[in-house]
Each structure stands twice: as C-alpha cells, then as structure tokens.
Design a protein around this ligand. Structure first.
Ligand code: C2E
Ligand code: MG
Ligand code: MG
Length: 260
C-alpha cells in the first residue's frame, strides 16, 4: 500500500517542535512530528494519512522509522554541539508488538553517541488498550534503559486516571483542546488546574501543548504549569532550522516574560 511505498521511498520526514521551561526560558527538548513529503500533494500533516494506518502493521514500521530517525537527528545535532532531548509519538498498540524492547535496544545501540536518557516516548491512544499491565511492563523495561515516558493528550481518554495510576509515565501532557479554550472556558481551565494537581500528587512532570499566545503561557504559569510547547514558542520546523531557532530564543516577543 501507499504508506509502505512512501517508507521505502524515504518520503517521510520529521519536523521538530521545541519545548521550553518558562521558569528559566530554557529549551528542554523537542517533539518529533511526522510529515509526509508527498510527491504530488506536498508536505502532509499526520492527520492527513495516519488515521488510515492506525492499528495497521505499517504503523509499527513507521514507528520504528521514527525512533531511528529521531536518534540519527540527535546524533547530528550533538555533532554540531546541540544536546537536545527528543520525544517521539508511539501508539500504545505498538508497545504490544512482541519485539518492541529488543528493537528499541537495537536502535539505541546503533546510536551510541546519544544517551538513551535523551529519548522520551509520548504514548498515544491508551484508551483502546485492554492489556494495560503489559504496557506498564514495557514502560518499566524502557525505564531500565533510561528512556522517559509521557502520557500524550492527557485528560481526553475516558479512564485517564486509572492509566495514570497504573502506568509509571514521567510526564503528563495536557491536551491542547483544554489549553485552546482555557482563557474563555472556566471548565477547561479547571481541568488544567486539576491535571497540574494530579501531576503533583503522583509526582509526575506536567507540560502543556498547543500554547498559542503569551497570555496562555502566563495563565498556565499561574496554574503551576511551566513546561510549554506551542505556536507561541515555535511551530514544528525541519531539523535544519532548529539550531538557528535555538540560538535566537527567547525572541523579542518574549522579552521580559516572567512566570510570576
Ligand atoms: P500530538 O502528539 O498531540 O502533537 C501535537 C500536535 O499539535 C501537532 O500536530 C502539532 O503540530 C500541533 N500543535 C503544536 N502547537 C500547536 C499550537 O500552538 N496550536 C495548534 N492548534 N496546534 C499545535 P501534528 O504534527 O499535525 O500531529 C498531530 C498528531 O499526529 C500528534 O498529536 C500525534 O498524535 C500524531 N503524530 C505525529 N507524529 C507522529 C508519529 O511520528 N507517529 C505517530 N504514531 N503519531 C504521530
Ligand atoms: Mg505528542
Ligand atoms: Mg495532542
């Protein structure tokens, strides 16, 4: 099928979106986001092609490609003097693949310059998983290798709290739908406040995605969420653009920003 062909033709590419800590304005890492450089249709976002391959075997091949490519990019940045933590998005179904930890180990071994602790896995779609204990076993095995875990789109799954309790993920990623309306919807703001509280109670880190304005950032800080990612900081960009962005951050719009 077309995605397998695209993989073979090397038409996939990873864009990177920075994550920053508003307490000291440092760049704490970047999220790798897949794009398809389609020969006719141009650069496609995952929404345009990933839903088709969910629960498909190609999804697993794409997932390994993403991990390998992210590690290769970390090597390249490291050679340029940029030591950046990178997170990749992996479907929870992918973890259940019997070879997951072995393949991950192998990919890490192919990139010895990059410490495993600089890789973070964002777990997607936990709501469809029955065997959550098995997912936790994999997380524990990856933790033993030094890899971190985030629960992506946190707050949207119907049983997020059970997952939170049973999965030893390091970070909760507040879904962007809550952030989008937090300035106008008291309910969404309350959810964010609740997630920040949960993160503290369970001793996890918390990050907000979809931060589109400095006003959003200020409001998130007032709720105790200082790690942020979103268009207000930077849009996802090609790997080559990141070092220059990094050198110019924080830019003029953020001059004098204070989290208090
Ligand atoms: P996600 O992991 O929750 O990623 C966040 C999405 O929000 C990204 O969309 C990002 O470009 C977008 N975004 C970032 N900042 C803002 C903002 O300030 N405002 C708004 N409105 N959007 C923002 P993208 O790149 O289209 O990816 C969509 C989803 O596709 C991701 O959501 C993730 O679930 C999935 N995805 C992306 N890359 C991969 C991948 O390599 N493998 C798998 N399995 N899924 C992926
Ligand atoms: Mg993500
Ligand atoms: Mg999301």
């Amino acid at each position: 099928d077309s995605l397998r062909v695209a993989l073979a033709r090397r038409e996939f590419v990873l864009y990177y979106q920075p994550k920053v800590d508003l307490r000291d304005m440092r760049v704490v890492g970047a999220e790798a986001l897949i794009r398809w450089q389609h020969p006719e249709r141009g650069v496609l976002a995952p929404g345009a092609f990933l839903p088709d391959i969910e629960s498909d075997e190609v999804m697993i091949d794409v997932g390994y490609w993403v991990i390998g490519e992210a590690l290769a990019q970390m090597d390249r940045w490291r050679a340029q003097g940029l030591d950046l933590a990178v997170s990749v998005n992996i479907a929870a179904q992918h973890f259940l693949e019997p070879n997951f930890t072995a393949r991950l180990c192998q990919l890490l071994a192919e990139h010895p310059a990059t410490p495993p602790g600089r890789l973070d896995i964002e777990v997607l779609e936990t709501s469809g998983i029955d065997d959550i204990d098995r997912v936790e076993q994999i997380i524990a095995a990856c933790h033993a290798m030094g890899i971190g875990f985030s629960l992506d789109d946190f707050g949207t799954g119907y049983s997020s709290l059970t997952y939170l309790r049973r999965l030893s993920a390091d970070t909760l990623k507040i879904d962007q739908t809550f952030v989008a309306k937090m300035l106008v919807d008291a309910g969404d703001k309350a959810i964010i406040s609740g997630v920040v509280g949960l993160a503290a109670a369970f001793e996890r880190k918390v990050i907000a995605e979809g931060v589109e304005s400095i006003e959003h950032a200020r409001s998130l800080c007032s709720l105790g969420c200082f790690l942020v990612q979103g268009y207000a900081i930077a849009r996802p960009m090609p790997a080559e653009a990141l070092p220059r962005w990094h050198a110019s951050w924080p830019d003029g719009a953020w001059a004098g920003f204070s989290p208090a």
